[in-house]
Ligand binder design. Structure first.
Ligand code: F6R
Length: 249
């Protein structure tokens, strides 16, 4: 089912697999239409199926990543790239090592940086120098965060170093040996960085995100629900499964 809110198009797909196929088609269309696209990537469980589909398209010769520039949304801080829970490791493991991407064009905030603030400023500068993000892929946290922009009193601006919410640390503990190993900080593109992307594809699945998804797309625009900022963007495609989309009508 497809719904059109004007600036936000919503695909409500039967299941996670269909969501992943639909989202991969949107990414492939972007790259095939503009082979030197600047693509913003996300980590987490949600986009893993889409990355599998993109790998399939690449192996089938239907999609080439050779011209793209990649910028990831976020990274824990501090964290070693060699740590299997780093987003650097995640991206190589789930996508970059399996497709014909130019390794010199991969950008992820540096979790090993000595000066977090300087790294954030440099990262934002690299995005700008690339011409800006053509297509940003987003997942959404249980609390409505996008990137690691947690609920707050004001929307964040550019790439910054944030303290993770207790709820995010608990949600992400599933990937670590214990909750105590989850870094308490992260480097993340800010809401403004995300909003400057020319197109956004938001992926959300599962019943437990149904209410926050409805609040994000149909509720008040408030920094307490960071994803609600997307209502102010001109070109968002939300691809969700029917569990997540159950309150979208
Ligand atoms: C990941 C990111 C986060 C996740 C969100 C959902 O780069 O920026 O906003 O998209 O935490 O994570 P999952 O998909 O694991 O539920």
């Amino acid at each position: 089912m497809k719904k059109d809110l004007g600036n936000i198009k919503i695909y409500i797909m039967d299941d996670y697999e269909q969501m992943s196929v639909q989202a991969s088609a949107i990414v492939a269309e972007q790259i095939n239409g503009k082979p030197d696209s600047v693509i913003g990537f996300a980590t987490g469980s949600t986009p893993v199926g889409m990355y599998k589909e993109l790998i399939k398209l690449n192996k089938a010769g239907k999609l080439s990543f050779s011209g793209i520039i990649a910028f990831n949304l976020d990274e824990y801080f501090p964290i070693k790239k060699s740590n299997a829970q780093s987003y650097d490791y995640f991206m190589k493991d789930n996508l970059f090592n399996h497709v014909n991407i130019d390794k010199s064009k991969l950008n992820i905030p540096d979790g090993e940086a000595t000066d977090a603030q300087a790294e954030c400023i440099a990262y934002e500068g690299k995005i700008k120098a690339s011409g800006g993000i053509d297509l940003q892929i987003l997942g959404m946290g249980n609390n409505g965060h996008i990137g690691f922009n947690e609920p707050a009193d004001a929307f964040t601006n550019m790439t910054n170093c944030i303290t993770l919410d207790k709820s995010t640390i608990e949600a992400n503990a599933r990937f670590f040996q214990s909750v105590n190993e989850v870094p308490i900080k992260a480097l993340t593109m800010g809401i403004k960085t995300i909003m400057l992307a020319r197109k956004i594809v938001l992926l959300v699945n599962g019943e437990k995100k149904a209410k926050i998804l409805k609040d994000s797309l149909l509720g008040n625009i408030t920094p307490k629900v960071p994803a609600s900022a997307l209502q102010l963007h001109q070109n968002v495609v939300a691809v969700v499964d029917k569990e997540a989309g159950k309150y979208l009508g």
